[in-house]
Write a protein that binds this ligand. Sequence first.
Ligand code: C2E
Ligand code: MG
Ligand code: MG
Ligand code: MG
Length: 280
Amino acid sequence: EIKSRGRNGVMVYNTLFTDKVLKRSALMSDLNLAITQDQFEMYYQPIVCLKTDTLLGAEALLRWHHPTRGTVAPGEFIAFAEENNLILELSALVFEKCLEDALRFGPHLHKNKPFTLAINVSSQEFFSEDYAQKVTAKLEDFAIAPSMIELEITETYLMRNPHVAVETIGYLRKSGLHIALDDFGTGYSSLNYLKNLPIDKLKIDQSFVRACLESHEDMAIVEAIVTMAKIFGMKVHAEGVETKEQAAVLKNLGCDVCQGYYYAKPLPFEAFITYMKESL
Ligand code: C2E
Ligand code: MG
Ligand code: MG
Ligand code: MG
């Protein structure tokens, strides 16, 4: 009895293990194929000014059109790509797509209304050799004004190499790009470091935004981030805004910019253009 139970135990373990290995290798080959065949598309989520209720730009969010699984969100493959040496190839593809789309946005934009395209940057990409120089060279190739682009980096990986990070950000800023600190509040950067970071804005993580109406603590965190950002001369951006009430509270707290399902979900390019026309 004990033996067979033990045996069953081993079998269960083996099945799970094999499952995991199979899933990993399937994902690996699927992702490799996806990169070669370019099964990716950028979706765009509106970014809105809380004070004037006008459109300021969009965040580019990656989607994978998997041949059998349908549209897959980045939560399911970005970390995997980072762990398996695929992220640099994928990031290059993403950046290229964003710049192609940036050119396609051109004819739809107002001459005197700035429009910023925000692009998420992965850790390995950010710390890759000559990253900042490569970014500015690419923008020159595409003839895109650096001021149209905002790069979103996260505090979790900044602190892996604070000195290199400051240098890279400094170079990008001098070249005219905007830099936002994404998912702010979930990392552990020291305030002393943050004080000297030449960044344009903090994006308050959605977890605080979501909870701010129900919890005094989360409300206090949002307030503290807003206050600190103002003192440091940075803008504050709230992400994950899902209700009118949240937008109103954030506006009252002095938040500058926001983004979330309350305004719109991430949209394919054409749908975003339609949204843009309707919101003008
Ligand atoms: P993120 O940069 O913090 O992006 C915000 C995420 O929140 C997006 O998920 C967006 O769809 C979602 N979101 C926006 N508004 C709301 C809302 O009101 N409610 C809720 N529940 N969610 C909302 P998504 O597109 O699945 O992306 C997840 C993460 O994957 C991103 O978080 C970012 O870290 C990463 N990511 C996305 N695209 C790229 C990319 O092109 N390159 C890299 N390196 N990372 C990317
Ligand atoms: Mg982001
Ligand atoms: Mg975020
Ligand atoms: Mg995130």
